[in-house]
Design a protein around this ligand. Structure first.
Ligand SMILES: [Mg+2]
Length: 200
């Protein structure tokens, strides 16, 4: 079928936008390290700042080690897609959008991530998948990839990424998550949405 309209591109984040990652991480912390964090209390992505870690003097390095263990555990393999994400990604594709995933996951998680996407999402759902976390504690900004690919819209759960992208006039649809609710912003480029239904 020939279609004269060129596809537009939307960027979508992976963790806790299409992948239900944090619930598995919390289960891992509870069952393996006896650290109990309720989902609603995960108010900061920087786990070392959470009381459950700070009160035990658990350092950033230790948390980095936990993340690594988590990636190599069965909990990581049990992660399922976020409710409705498969259906709605399909709908977005049917509206002639190309989807590019931009994740802050480490590059070393590339094989696992691509296999996981293959397992749950129809073939060719995603045009490209980019990994921005390249070194121990450093990542390239998501705006760099968006600018390169002329992407004007991203679906995110990390408000800091949204703010960074907004500096370059890139719009975000932001899902409400406990770790972004405390940061109030009136930035016109950031629109909070409740769920996938609203995005369409
Ligand atoms: Mg995320």
């Amino acid at each position: 079928m020939i279609h004269s309209q060129e596809n537009k591109i939307i960027a979508i984040d992976v963790d806790d936008v299409i992948s239900s990652t944090i619930p598995s991480l919390l289960k891992y912390f509870w069952e393996i390290h006896n650290i109990n964090i309720e989902y609603e209390n995960l108010t900061n992505y920087r786990l070392s700042l959470l009381e459950e870690f700070a009160s035990r003097n658990i350092s950033e390095n230790k948390i980095h080690e936990y993340w690594n263990n988590f990636f190599n555990s069965s909990y990581w393999n049990e992660i399922i897609p976020i409710e409705w994400s498969i259906e709605w990604i399909n709908k977005i594709k049917n509206l002639w959008y190309d989807i590019v995933l931009i994740t802050a996951r480490w590059e070393s998680l590339q094989d696992y991530t691509l296999e996981w996407l293959d397992k749950y999402f129809p073939k060719n759902s995603f045009k490209e998948v980019h990994f921005t976390w390249v070194y121990h504690w450093s990542s390239i900004p998501k705006s760099m990839i968006c600018k390169k690919l002329w992407i004007k819209l991203i679906i995110e759960d990390n408000v800091h990424n949204c703010l960074e992208l907004a500096e370059f006039n890139i719009k975000s649809y932001l899902f409400p998550r406990p770790w972004n609710l405390q940061i109030k912003t009136n930035n016109p480029h950031i629109l909070r949405v409740d769920n996938w239904w609203q995005i369409i």
